[in-house]
Write a protein that binds this ligand. Structure first.
Ligand code: UDX
Length: 432
């Protein structure tokens, strides 16, 4: 099929490259010409495992094309996916839909024969209705159909999540259009993906309700971890014991620092704002947001007590600063609260992250980027494992500590407390 992705961020570029890899002809559009030039020279503007290879393969085959000319792409496509960002609006926490509506206005200028317009960006319930209104100001309603097809891609696993989704959700009241989307996703359905059709608002709601639920699950286990620490229980055992109940499920029950990323914080906030507009109080999700924000300071308290309140002049090594492994994304990472706090208290910080040096810390004095674990931990008083990159799972602490035994605060429970005690380390973790 002939499709176009408007927006070449995590959603548009990954989905576009994956659709091309399924044999479709895909245009990826971005109004930022410098981004398009980078892509036409096979430079990917962000880190996502496997994406560069996928883009190069499909770009060279001619199936995947990049342009800043939206009318060229729309003219050559039957299905138009809106994949632009919907960031949090500072003043009220709602989703900023200005990019989405600008695309809708652009489309109303260049749609001249029937097109399926699909929102793949995460958009609040009723956004499809608003896009339809914008389009019908300039275009006959027979020339387009606006539907919802939310993505469920995790950063760092986006290509796998595209290729092996648990479900493909399409929201449309038009059976013929739903069928068209079903055939676009046919190769994935054949491999076991469930195709679920509902109406447009239903699909918009499924996306937000899913993300808010996952955030709730994480905050739930994080609070249980707090209780486990007081009651001398191992939260890892609790997660396993709970997760064996199929109604609960074992995934997303790993206790850790507060959840971060560009989605959970944004989407939990946005759905509560939407609910308020509908005069419905989503008190559980509101408490999840509060609990997650509180957790960032709670863990800082823990660092203080591990250092017996003496942070000044302490050398602290932080392993991993991104919000999760296999991404370079720092958005809402708890390290963005932790590092400035420790610096303010007089600590000297070294950090190492496999995705490289972070601009977020460039302007902060006494924060030094090191090129590996050994250098970061050199003469440290405390080593904090903040992000669970694979290479942090097999550190030979004895070897790198060279006699001076630093304390370890493992925020991802990568190591066994008993084993660390046996090799003489003062080891702290989460919920154990
Ligand atoms: C999330 C959703 O998983 C995905 O379906 C949606 O499309 C986009 O938002 P993402 O934000 O990329 O994906 O990362 P995810 O793997 O969900 O992790 C989000 C945060 O939760 C990270 O900070 C991670 O460390 C944390 N997390 C995740 C936990 O603390 N414990 C867990 O068990 C799982």
């Amino acid at each position: 099929m002939k499709i176009c992705m408007i927006g070449t961020g995590y959603v548009g570029l990954v989905s576009g490259a994956c659709f091309a890899d399924l044999g479709n002809n895909v245009w990826c559009v971005d109004k930022d010409r410098s981004k398009i030039n980078l892509l036409n020279n096979n430079h990917i503007p962000f880190y996502e495992p496997g994406l560069k290879e996928l883009v190069i393969k499909n770009h060279s085959s001619g199936r995947l094309k990049f342009t800043d000319d939206i009318s060229l792409a729309v003219k050559n496509s039957d299905i138009i996916f809106i994949c632009v960002g919907t960031p949090t609006r500072k003043r009220d926490g709602s989703a900023d839909l200005s990019h989405v509506f600008n695309v809708a206005k652009e489309l109303s200028k260049c749609v001249n024969k029937f097109k399926i317009i699909v929102t793949k960006s995460t958009v609040p319930i009723t956004t499809g209705d608003k896009i339809e209104k914008i389009l019908s100001k300039k275009k006959n309603k027979k020339l387009f159909e606006v539907i919802s097809n939310p993505e469920f891609l995790r950063e760092g696993e986006a290509i796998r999540d595209f290729r092996f989704p648990d479900r493909i959700v399409v929201g449309s009241n038009n059976k013929k259009i739903t069928k068209k989307l079903e055939s676009l996703y046919e190769p994935l359905i054949k491999k076991g993906a469930v195709f679920f059709a509902t109406n447009r608002r239903g699909a918009e709601m499924i996306k937000y309700a899913s993300n808010a639920f996952l955030a709730t699950k994480i905050s739930y286990v994080n609070e249980i971890a707090n209780l486990c620490e007081k009651a001398n229980v191992n939260v890892e055992d609790v997660s396993i014991g709970m997760g064996l109940d199929k109604r609960i499920g074992g995934r997303f029950l790993r206790a850790g620092p507060a959840y971060g990323g560009s989605c959970f914080p944004k989407d939990t906030k946005a759905i509560t704002v939407t609910a308020d507009l509908f005069k419905t109080d989503l008190s559980i999700i509101k408490s999840v947001i509060k609990s997650n924000n509180k957790r960032k300071t709670l863990l800082i308290e823990r660092v203080r007590s591990i250092l017996s309140n003496k942070i000044k002049n302490k050398k602290i090594a932080i392993l991993g600063v991104t919000f999760k492994p296999n991404t370079d994304d720092m958005r809402q990472s708890s390290s963005l609260i932790l590092v400035p706090y420790l610096i303010k208290k007089g600590a000297k910080i070294t950090y190492y992250d496999p995705s490289g040096k972070k601009s977020e810390f460039k302007k902060i004095k006494n924060v030094i980027y090191c090129k590996d674990v050994k250098n970061a931990c050199y003469k440290a008083d405390l080593v904090i494992i903040h992000t669970e990159w694979d290479e942090f799972k097999t550190i030979d602490f004895k070897k790198i500590s060279k006699g001076k035994k630093f304390k370890i605060y493992d925020m991802r429970n990568l190591y066994s407390p008993q084993k660390m005690k046996d090799i003489g380390f003062s080891y702290f973790s989460i919920g154990r």
